[in-house]
Unconditional design. Structure first.
Length: 262
């Protein structure tokens, strides 16, 4: 065993959704820094292209942008068609794009459930399904491709905020991922979930701005998550080191879930 290459992802082809900001950008940055060829997608074309240019200049890997609105099946099909015109396979799919909604139970709107459940759960299935030909093109059970779904610790615990649709969507995503892992393993595809805690992202900004100190006080690791924490976990799951890991939900939360509040 060549342990020096255990976490090598150099030249792997990677697609990161929601890759132009927040956790998605952290993940894309880590893969590019490790020498991978990374495609990022998000609704904001300008930001997507700006981030891809900056990451490519950083190197040593490469980053390319394919903007798309993943709420739309037509946009998903266009994204995959464009990716297929550039690549004959896909080594890693990181399903990170998501939405949130925080509102009291008495007024929580029906359309919020539609928006959040669609993007956070249904469209992850849709995109993974559409990417199957690319994911299986060069995959075997001994050299498998990797699907990494970004869940949340709020899909495991009952969150303190009134994010009903978000928590439900992430809990559903965790279970969907286990089901897909069991069915896709023989096709040479591993499916895992990363359940992050608090990271500096646009989705978390308002909460961190208001509650940073009290949140850190309840995190055993004593800090908010860093880009290296989330990118490193994705690289593990995409490399030789993670080839025997599938159907797992890996919490990257600094120990929040194991902290007793009693």
């Amino acid at each position: 065993m060549d342990y020096s290459n255990l976490f090598n992802v150099r030249n792997k082809v990677v697609l990161v959704t929601g890759g132009s900001r927040g956790i998605g950008e952290m993940i894309a940055t880590g893969f590019v820094a490790a020498g991978a060829k990374v495609y990022i997608t998000s609704r904001s074309a300008d930001v997507c292209y700006e981030v891809s240019k900056r990451l490519t200049e950083m190197g040593p890997g490469q980053c390319l942008a394919i903007p798309a609105d993943l709420q739309s099946i037509d946009e998903i099909n266009r994204l995959v068609a464009e990716l297929s015109s550039k690549e004959d396979h896909l080594d890693v799919l990181v399903n990170n794009a998501g939405a949130n909604w925080n509102e009291a139970v008495e007024t929580f709107p029906d359309n919020a459930f539609d928006k959040v459940l669609s993007l956070n759960l249904k469209r992850i299935f849709t995109l993974t399904q559409a990417c199957l030909p690319l994911l299986t093109a060069k995959a075997t059970q001994h050299d498998s491709s990797s699907v990494i779904n970004i869940g949340s610790i709020d899909g495991i615990r009952a969150p303190p905020q009134e994010t009903y649709a978000y928590a439900a969507s992430k809990g559903g995503l965790h279970h969907l991922s286990r089901l897909m892992a069991g069915k896709l393993g023989k096709k040479g595809i591993r499916v895992n979930v990363i359940a992050p805690g608090a990271f500096p992202s646009k989705m978390m900004k308002a909460t961190l701005d208001k509650h940073h100190d009290s949140m850190v006080a309840n995190i055993p690791a004593g800090r908010i998550g860093s880009p290296e924490d989330i990118a490193g976990t994705c690289i593990y799951l995409s490399s030789r080191a993670g080839k025997y890991t599938t159907g797992a939900t890996i919490t990257v939360d600094g120990g929040v879930l194991v902290t007793s509040k009693m």
